[in-house]
Each structure stands twice: as structure tokens, then as C-alpha cells.
Design a protein around this ligand. Structure first.
Ligand code: CAA
Length: 382
């Protein structure tokens, strides 16, 4: 049987997030965008409300809500502010490597503490010289007695300046390419870790984005997540689970852009009537609705597949969802600014911020081009 309805629990979750967004995120979004201040207070409230770390399984005291739960949360938060959504959601990205590859003892040690206080985790894959080609990373982990000695730099790391824990992807032998990559759980207070400046970004300005440098950082061998050489697959499996919630954030942002421009089009008069009466505007709104609804369905489908354990199809659908949602949100936000005309180009109205914010979704967690690579590989494989 095919059923498109959300369960009562999912509806309750969605309504709870919607209320949180109305009360905490929307009233503060413009201020944090302007100052690019880190929204620590709002993150703490999101944690208290139970909107973070929902993927932690019930056996460890979490909610075990899976990817669909994060999709529902992120769509609502994305309708409020994508910068805050990223800041709040990135724990999922930081913790999934340990949930997927770690032992029970490692989950207890590194993940479970996130349930008792609003800690933050950062996912450290990208480097100054390794972005889309993640397998070419060169941060080095050298074995020495009971430790890995970590040296190298990471780039564009979300929440880096506020994180308690880094999940770091590094290599023990660069010649082995992806098979030389390991994953380490690295507490942020280890000596030898230094942070770059907070990047002054076009959009999602309140999310904290920095470089990190590791200089002879001694990481205990017990912090190895998964086996030697398994790091790349852990990173890819993690991204399969986080690209869909990121896509859902874009769906929420696009939905907000459509609603703002729909309301504006009904109020704004030109040629003696509301511009909503003109077919040029109506067609833009209609196309927005088609794009948003189709992207949401892809997100639900991708989340459903992953949550059912169908990893291969889920990976394919998460690439479809991310590619479609990111690009459609950029189109929708651009058209929203167009409907607002000159007013939309100013900070007096909310749509220019959405346009700046959604641009990043086409870039982070795998660019729209990398999603196309993944989709084409799936289509063309034997
Ligand atoms: N699940 C399990 N295993 C996978 C996998 C998956 N989804 N994808 C690949 N693998 C396995 C492959 O099967 C292969 O295994 P074998 O060696 O055993 O055959 C191995 O991993 C290597 O895979 P590929 O040969 O496909 O590797 P590649 O070098 O061709 O790269 C890529 C693949 C998809 C392009 C990858 O580099 C990629 O995803 N790049 C984008 C990186 C990215 O998304 N970065 C985002 C950073 S995080 C971020 O942005 C966060 C933020 O700020 C909020």
C-alpha cells in the first residue's frame, strides 16, 4: 500500500518545529544575518526542545527518528532561516560517522553525552586542496604507539569554532587513495588544534564556518571509528543520510520564498490591480509550487529508503533530492526577488536573504554537479 500521509507523531513533530520557528527563529533571523553572530542561544533552545541529535538510537537513550525525522525538522527550520538550520542540523553530520562506524563503547563515549547537554560536533572532511574530490584528502594520521599523530588542515568546517568534538577524515597512506582514509573522533580540546577566522559569507551568515589546523595532535588509537581504511565509506554513508535533510532545508526556504511572494503579489498593485492578477506572476508562482512539491516528494522518498535500510537506492535518491532541491530553491528564490521587484533587492524584505542562503545548498554537502555525477554513475552502472 502506498501512503503519503505523515503519522500522528510526525505531524506533532512538524507542528512543534513550526512553533519553534515562529517563536525563536523568524523574529531573530535578520539580526543574526546582519551581524553574522553565532546563534548559540537559539541552538541551546533547539536542543532543549528536542530538535537536535534525533538520530541517536533509542537503545542509547535517543529518539532513533532516522532520516525522515531530520527531513521534517529541516523543512520547517529552513522556512525560518537556513543559517540557523545548518548550525542546528550539522550535529547529525558530525555524529553519524560514529553511529555508523563506531562500537557501542565509542557511541557511549562520544555520542551519548550529546543527549545531556547542547554540545556541538563538526564533520571534518573538506580540505583547502580537496573539496569535490574528497578521496584526495591529505591530512595525515601517523601511527605512533597508542596514538595517531594528526597533521594537516581542514576547510569550510561548519560549527568549528564552537564544536566539542570533530569527526576527522584523514589518511594513513595517501598512495592508497580512498582505501587509506580513516575516521577519528577528535575531542576539540586536544593540544595542537587551532582554528581559522570565522568566514564572512554571502549567505547563511550566522553559521560558523572556519578552517582547522592539526599540528602533531595526539589522538588515542581507541578513537579510531571503524577499521583502518574504512573512513571514506563511512564519510559517504554519512553524506547519504545528511544530504536529504539538507535538501529538505532548501524545500523549506523555497516554500517560505513562495509564500512571501504570493502574499506580496496579492498586495502590490500595478496597472490598477494586484500583480497576482497577471499571468506572468501566476505562472511564476505555479512553477514554484511544482518545484517545491516535487522536491519534497524526493526528500521523503530518499529518507524512506535509507530508513528502510535500502542504502543503495537511498544513496541514489538522496543525490536526486539534493540536486533537485538545491537548484529549485535557487530558482524559486530568484523568482521571488523578481516578483518583489526593487523592494525584493533590499534587506527590508525577506526574500534577498533566502536567495543568498539557498546558494550555499548548491555547494555544500556535495555540489549540484557532484550529485549529477552520482546520479549518472547509478544510471550507467551495469
Ligand atoms: N556508500 C558506501 N560506499 C560508498 C559510497 C556510498 N554512498 N560511495 C562510494 N563508496 C565506496 C565505493 O564503493 C568504493 O568502494 P571500493 O573501493 O571498495 O570499490 C569507494 O567508496 C570509493 O568510491 P568511489 O570510487 O566512488 O570514489 P571517488 O573518489 O570516485 O569519489 C565522490 C566519489 C562521490 C565524488 C566523492 O568524492 C564525493 O562525494 N565528493 C563530494 C564530497 C562532499 O560531499 N563534500 C561535502 C563536505 S561536508 C559539508 O559540506 C558539510 C557542511 O559544511 C554542512
Amino acid at each position: 500500500m502506498l501512503d503519503f500521509s505523515l503519522s500522528d507523531e510526525q505531524v506533532a513533530l512538524r507542528d512543534m518545529v513550526r512553533k519553534f520557528v515562529q517563536q525563536e527563529i523568524i523574529p531573530n533571523a535578520a539580526k543574526y544575518d546582519e551581524t553574522s553572530e553565532f546563534p548559540r542561544e537559539i541552538i541551546n533552545k533547539a536542543w532543549q526542545t528536542g530538535l537536535m541529535n534525533i538520530a541517536i538510537p533509542e537503545k542509547f537513550g535517543g529518539l532513533g527518528l532516522g532520516v525522515l525525522g531530520d527531513v521534517i525538522i529541516n523543512e520547517e527550520m529552513g522556512a525560518g532561516c537556513l543559517g540557523m538550520t545548518t548550525s542546528i542540523a550539522v550535529n547529525t553530520l558530525g555524529l553519524y560517522p560514529i553511529l555508523l562506524g563506531g562500537t557501542e563503547a565509542q557511541i557511549e563515549e562520544f555520542v551519548v553525552p550529546f543527549l545531556s547537554s547542547p554540545k556541538l560536533a563538526s564533520f571534518c572532511l573538506t580540505e583547502p586542496g580537496s573539496g569535490s574530490d574528497a578521496g584526495s584528502l591529505s591530512t595525515m594520521a601517523k601511527e605512533e604507539g597508542d596514538y595517531f599523530i594528526l597533521n594537516g588542515s581542514k576547510m569550510w568546517i561548519t560549527n568549528a569554532g564552537h564544536a566539542d568534538l570533530f569527526t576527522v577524515f584523514c589518511t594513513t597512506n595517501k598512495e592508497l587513495k580512498t582505501k587509506g582514509i580513516i575516521c577519528l573522533a577528535v575531542p576539540a580540546n586536544l593540544p595542537g588544534i587551532s582554528l581559522g577566522k570565522h568566514e564572512n559569507k554571502l549567505g547563511q551568515r550566522c553559521s560558523d564556518t572556519r578552517s582547522i589546523t592539526f599540528e602533531n595532535v595526539q589522538v588515542p588509537k581507541k578513537n579510531l571509528i571503524g577499521k583502518m581504511g574504512e573512513g571514506f565509506k563511512i564519510a559517504m554513508r554519512t553524506l547519504d543520510r545528511t544530504r536529504t535533510p539538507i535538501a529538505a532545508g532548501a524545500v523549506g526556504a523555497a516554500r517560505a520564498a513562495m509564500n512571501y511572494s504570493k502574499n506580496y503579489a496579492k498586495e502590490r498593485k500595478q496597472f490598477g490591480q494586484p500583480i497576482a492578477n497577471f499571468q506572468a506572476i501566476q505562472f511564476m508562482l505555479a512553477d514554484m509550487a511544482v518545484k517545491i512539491e516535487s522536491a519534497r516528494l524526493l526528500c521523503y522518498n530518499a529518507a524512506w529508503l535509507i530508513d528502510k535500510g535500502q542504502d543503495e537506492q537511498g544513496s541514489y535518491f538522496s543525490a536526486l533530492a539534493k540536486r533537485h532541491a538545491a537548484d529549485m530553491a535557487m530558482e524559486v528564490a530568484t523568482d521571488a526577488v523578481q516578483i518583489y521587484g526593487g523592494y525584493g533587492y533590499t534587506k527590508e524584505y525577506p526574500v534577498e536573504k533566502i536567495m543568498r542562503d539557498v546558494k550555499l545548498v548548491q555547494i555544500y554537502e556535495g555540489t549540484s554537479q557532484i550529485q549529477r555525477v552520482l546520479i549518472a554513475r547509478h544510471l550507467l552502472k551495469d
